[in-house]
Design a protein around this ligand. Structure first.
Ligand code: 8YV
Length: 313
């Protein structure tokens, strides 16, 4: 008999098709009354396939008394109650590595778009303003300048490789220094003081909540540019908005926000910010690779074989 798996959100159709070959899939996103649906199917559920945004809360997992594994279509696990999972011996699997390069590409795209004012330039041409008003103001150079990476993990290191190719000097902040060719700074504010661009690639969750605060933003300064491809929670969004509005920060490139998909109007109306709807890993190729990992992790668990990308217990 096929194991019962709760799929919280439809990632890509191919993932659902692949899961349904091996599992009896219960589609939470189609439920008119999700709470009633979970109460009805909960006792049968042995696996969960979920997204980084929806995750797996303690409340959800508690409603699934026979849950064995949560396979997350993401590398960020801040929406998964890992303590609850560990306490119950529930395996958690994620999708590392396959999305690293795409998210790093997005960080560079946001940095270049913010520094070179690509969105405003596009509008200047499309609106006819170029013909009516002439050239736009000069933008800012990226190559040859200085960048700080907050969170030198897989994605942070991929961003650093891209920046080095542009002759950008790279420094970083982690909770602890790691073996790396880049200069380590003990705090985000100290790093921000010495760079032109600050790129946030840190793990989301309680440990990094508000890590990029007003002090750090002010240290980056009125010529500084902030890029965030991590989680909205890592940056004090109100402090960021105020700094962008008041000219204490030159620009920002953001792919993540505090309360997705709701983004404050005060941020959306600013001319010096480039906004993306959490698209870091959202390419056909990468989302297919992520979905395949979710399926393979679930299949391996129920086949009693080694999982490709489990979290260490
Ligand atoms: C996705 C992500 O946006 O991997 C992550 O942590 O944020 C992204 O890959 C999303 O969570 C996909 O489920």
């Amino acid at each position: 008999m096929k194991p019962d798996v709760l799929m919280t959100r439809l990632t890509i159709p191919a993932a659902l098709t692949a899961l349904e070959r091996t599992f009896r899939v219960h589609r939470l996103w189609e439920a008119d009354d999700p709470a009633a649906f979970i109460q009805e199917v909960g006792p049968t559920i042995r696996g969960v396939a979920t997204t980084g945004g929806f995750g797996a809360s303690a409340e959800l997992m508690a409603a699934l008394p026979n849950l064995e594994i949560v396979a997350v279509n993401a590398v960020g696990l801040d929406a998964v109650d890992l303590a609850h999972a560990k306490a119950r011996g529930i395996i958690v699997a994620s999708t590392p590595d396959v999305l690293t390069e795409d998210v790093a590409d997005m960080a560079l795209a946001l940095l270049l778009a913010a520094a070179r004012e690509l969105v405003a330039g596009d509008a200047h041409v499309r609106s006819g303003a170029w013909e009516r008003e002439g050239n736009r103001p000069l933008a800012r150079r990226v190559h040859g300048r200085r960048a700080g990476i907050v969170g030198l993990g897989r994605i942070g290191r991929a961003v650093a490789r891209r920046l080095e190719a542009m002759n950008v000097q790279v420094a970083y902040h982690n909770r602890r220094p790691i073996e790396s060719p880049y200069i380590y700074y003990g705090s985000p504010a100290a790093l921000a003081r010495d760079v032109d661009f600050l790129i946030v690639a840190a793990t989301g969750g309680d440990a990094s909540r508000g890590l990029i605060d007003r002090e750090t933003i002010d240290a980056l300064g009125p010529d500084g540019i902030l890029v965030n491809v991590a989680r909205g929670s890592v940056v004090d969004e109100d402090a960021l908005i105020a700094a962008l509005r008041d000219g204490r920060l030159a620009a920002a490139g953001l792919d993540v926000f505090a309360d997705e998909p709701r983004v404050p109007e005060a941020l959306r109306v600013l001319p010096n910010v480039v906004l993306q709807p959490h698209q870091g890993s959202a390419t056909v190729e990468t989302r297919a690779a992520m979905a395949e990992l979710v399926v393979r992790n679930l299949q391996a668990h129920f086949a009693g074989t080694l999982l490709p990308t489990p979290l260490p217990l």
